[in-house]
Design a protein around this ligand. Structure first.
Ligand code: NAG
Ligand code: NAG
Ligand code: NAG
Ligand code: NAG
Ligand code: NAG
Length: 818
């Protein structure tokens, strides 16, 4: 008996992202009538055609998510253990305690197990029995889930899976009822990312002009710009002579070029003119590319300019007969932004971090997760350490690999992975780092198989797995099935309950999600929040960049006063100001505003520094949703070692591992003193922002109306305090570390947790069975520790129990509540 429970049931609707994308996008635009048709037509996206069946013997992974229990209760507990205002702050639950409470009903487990046992697939239940990894061939997967899988022809992204499910999947009703949903991930192996073709060299026209021609791509960096150009002789032919021979000396027109006049134009109104005499010492020269059979000489010069300005250039030639050519056209040249480079050393100074103190607590482990075939190269990591002066710490010099990494010496794909690993390991030196590689593509979202990763993390043990996870991945909320987002969010909540910090990049396309950058400005009509950054149980990290005008007073002018600022500070990272990307931020359409940010968000919605867009207008966003990001940090112009050279990269993908490394630094002292790790950070961050705003650099200039490329009219602006562009701002690391230093005030805080005590407490409890309803769980898990606290007061063990279970010892709490 194969049937779908209800057509409106998310899992029943099939495994196709576009369907949801289309449905939600259209719903937002209030074009409800067309939505129904779109839903079922979505399998044929424009540009896609079904092709052959995939190899039926190839294995693929499917994750089945069983319905969990006691979620409200668990969520309430997670709030208590992660909020410094609560007595239970830091009294995290163990993996087994969480599993015990959340695991599905035995009957549901039996139904799912029975169903899968009838196939030839391999069945791996998570320790909590709430997730199943089902590994089976393509043919078996099609049969088990009642759909057909096909390859598609069309514009597949390099590295993405060309698999699609043709029909919605179908399951027996009893199985369907036991599940939140099913996530098909294909293929099991990672597709090799084709090497991106080298950009075609620019070919200069061989004749037809006298104004010099600048190569379209200016090279710029920290306070310099370099330009390459060819000259044209009086007869309109490209110059073929080297400087020492006399430029245009072999031209029939006989008039040589004696100098070039270069004008550098920097926005808004700086101009900088230089005259370059045609002598060998000042003019670099190479053989240029002017098409077949034409030899030409390309000149190059490097010159100092101001940072932080949109820069372009024009050149003209002075001839020996006293005449001048026209200036080259600025339209022929792409403008560029000279900006300081970010390196570990620069970040150390900028955020006042001390990198010479190695992390040494064995429990202080952090992780970067990589999806979609992103690999890192160990040789590049070593080269980066050498070049950046990061000391090598023996056995922690390499990350521990979870899953597969397929590095390629010399030439590397995976800028994301390289950036993540190079910076997270440099900014928390000697930290034990896991490189968590998760294969495959989730079919309904065509994106990251988040549930496969979360299943592995859920199963990881309490004593030797990462305390901090850095996630540089995300997609538009609207492109993901609702059940999938909910379930991923609950898995994050369960990690919060265990005291594990998850940091997620807020996205690189401002308020508009990826559609504006990928498809066009017609997607500017509403905000498009990104998930998992929009999950209330993660810490979303936005991006900043350096600028000279980091305060609204910079640029002020009236009467006798003109204020130009000369110090560097942080502003919102935006492609409109040369940041390369735009910090993601906004409000979730799926998740309600969480308790910890209510006050901050209300202040933001009401402030007048940068008024939020009107909700009455045509532009849609959900002001009752979870606002993000929570925090931010520099995200622009990071130098990353890629194969044989450095490249500069920008993204909240850079600020996220940086903040993760900072959290590892903050955890170190706590762990040394036997205190619990900081865990889920948001309640703490928002309380700090309220009580101790001095520990953050408030970002007050900039907005996120642009994407990484195109700009829209409307976005969110930065303001004093929290805003939906930069969160509470960037950390002033030294101030933050001093405030959170558990040893700073009283030696009595330096208590050691007695190993096994938590288990003692748990074991001493009347055993909670899987059949218990939430109310009973309350009794057992919520009240028992309190009973024990009272019971054991005065007993010699009381101190430690008091600290672990009753919380009160943490100076963090005291400081914040005082
Ligand atoms: C011209 O470019 C070469 C490398 O391509 C470089 O070594 C040289 O310094 C450059 N010359 C000037 C004047 O910028
Ligand atoms: C300069 O440009 C003008 C118009 O753009 C053109 O008429 C003139 O011939 C050019 N002069 C030279 C020397 O190329
Ligand atoms: C590096 O970390 C390890 C634990 O992961 C520790 O045993 C070792 O002492 C640390 N090295 C230094 C120099 O602190
Ligand atoms: C930089 O200036 C050029 C024109 O000089 C303009 O076309 C371009 O849009 C500007 N770039 C940005 C990001 O504002
Ligand atoms: C706004 O968000 C809430 C949950 O946060 C949701 O219930 C509601 O449907 C959302 N509204 C829109 C228009 O997205």
């Amino acid at each position: 008996m194969w049937s779908c429970v209800a057509a409106s049931d998310p899992w029943c609707m099939g495994m196709e992202a576009a369907l949801w994308k289309a449905r939600l996008a259209l719903a937002l635009a209030a074009v409800a009538a067309a939505a129904e048709e779109e839903r079922w037509a979505a399998f044929s996206q424009p540009g896609w055609d079904y092709d052959v069946s995939p190899d039926p013997y190839r294995n693929m992974i499917t994750i089945l998510a069983l319905r969990q229990r006691n979620l409200d209760f668990l969520e309430d507990r997670a709030r208590h253990v992660s909020d410094p205002a609560e007595l239970e702050y830091g009294s995290y639950y163990t993996r087994d305690e969480v599993n015990h409470l959340s695991s599905p009903a035995d009957a549901d487990v039996a139904v799912v197990h029975g169903f899968l046992s009838a196939t030839r697939g391999e069945i791996q239940f998570s320790k909590g029995k709430d997730l199943v990894r089902f590994i089976c061939t393509v043919a078996c997967t099609e049969k088990t889930f009642g759909t057909r899988l096909r390859m598609v022809k069309g514009p597949t992204q390099p590295g993405s899976s060309p698999f699609r499910a043709v029909e919605p999947i179908q399951l027996p009703a009893s199985v369907a009822e036991a599940l939140d949903g099913v996530s098909l991930n294909a293929p099991v192996f990672m597709p090799l990312r084709p090497k991106e073709p080298a950009p075609k060299p620019f070919v200069y026209p061989a004749n037809g002009r006298t104004a010099p021609r600048i190569s379209p791509r200016l090279i710029s960096g920290d306070r310099f710009v370099a330009l390459r150009f060819v000259a044209y002789c009086k007869d309109g032919r490209v110059n073929q002579d080297r400087v020492e021979e006399g430029i245009c000396s072999s031209s029939p027109s006989k008039s040589t070029i004696v100098s070039f006049e270069v004008i550098l134009l920097q926005e808004p109104d700086m101009q900088h003119a230089i005259v370059i005499p045609a002598v060998e010492k000042v003019l670099g020269q190479h053989v240029g590319d002017c098409g077949p059979e034409v030899k030409c000489v390309e000149f190059n010069i490097t010159t100092a300019v101001e940072n932080y300005a949109n820069t372009t250039a024009m050149v003209r030639a002075h001839f020996s007969d006293g005449s001048v050519s026209n200036f080259s056209s600025t339209m022929e040249v792409a403008s560029t932004w000279p900006l300081p480079y970010v390196t570990p050393h620069m970040l150390e100074h900028f955020y006042h971090m001390r990198l010479n103190k190695p992390i040494s607590h064995p429990r202080n482990i952090i992780s970067v997760v990589e999806f979609l075939g992103q690999y890192y190269n160990p040789e590049d990591l070593e080269a980066f350490f050498r070049l950046m002066g990061v000391p090598s710490w023996g056995f922690t010099a390499h990350p521990r690999l979870i899953g597969r990494d397929i590095p390629r010496a010399g030439s590397v794909y995976g800028g994301e992975a390289q950036l993540d690993i190079q910076y997270i390991m440099s900014m928390a030196q000697n930290v034990t780092t896991w490189f968590w590689s998760v294969p495959g593509t989730e079919l309904s979202t065509m994106q990251e198989p988040f549930l496969d990763w979360l299943m592995q993390v859920a199963d990881s043990d309490d004593q030797s797995s990462p305390l901090v996870h850095s996630v540089s991945y995300g997609d538009e909320e609207a492109g993901m099935p609702v059940w999938f987002k909910r379930r991923v969010n609950f898995e994050f909540m369960k990690l919060a309950l265990r005291g594990i910090s998850v940091l997620v990049a807020s996205g690189d396309d401002g308020v508009s999600g990826t559609s504006v950058a990928d498809k066009g400005p017609e997607f500017c009509r509403s905000a498009s929040p990104e998930f998992p950054a929009s999950s209330p149980w993660v810490t979303a990290v936005g991006g900043t960049q350096l600028a000279k005008a980091s305060s609204p007073v910079c640029g002020y002018s009236s009467g006798n006063i003109v204020v130009t600022c000369h110090y560097e500070g942080e502003v919102v990272c935006s492609s409109a100001t040369g940041g390369g990307i735009t910090s993601g931020g906004g409000f979730s359409s799926d998740f309600d505003i969480p308790w910890y940010q209510r006050h901050a968000v209300r202040s933001y919605l009401e402030q007048r520094d940068a008024p939020v867009p009107s909700r009455d207008g045509p532009w849609g966003y959900n002001s009752t949703g979870r606002g993000y990001p929570d925090i931010s940090a520099l995200a622009s112009n990071y130098l990353v070692w890629m194969g044989p050279h450095l490249e500069s990269m920008s993204g909240t993908s850079a600020s996220t591992p940086l903040v993760a490394a900072m959290v590892a630094q903050l955890n170190e002292k706590r762990l040394q003193l036997g205190l619990p790790a900081l865990g889920f950070l948001n309640p703490l961050l928002y309380r700090l922002a309220e009580r101790h705003p001095e520990v953050f650099n408030d970002i007050v200039v900039g907005n996120n109306r642009c994407s990484r490329s195109r700009c829209c009219e409307i976005g969110f602006g930065a303001s004093r305090g929290w805003d939906a562009v930069s969160g509470v701002g960037s950390p002033r690391f030294d101030a933050l570390a001093a405030l959170l230093d558990p040893g700073a005030h009283s030696g009595s805080q330096a208590i050691a947790d007695i190993p096994g005590l938590a288990q003692l407490v748990a074991k001493g409890a009347p055993s909670a069975t899987a059949a218990q309803v939430p109310a009973v769980a309350w009794d057992v898990q919520g009240l028992l520790p309190w009973a024990l606290c009272t019971l054991l007061a005065g007993v010699v063990l009381a101190d430690a129990i008091q600290r672990r279970r009753c919380g009160s010892s943490d100076r963090l709490r005291e400081g914040l509540l005082s």
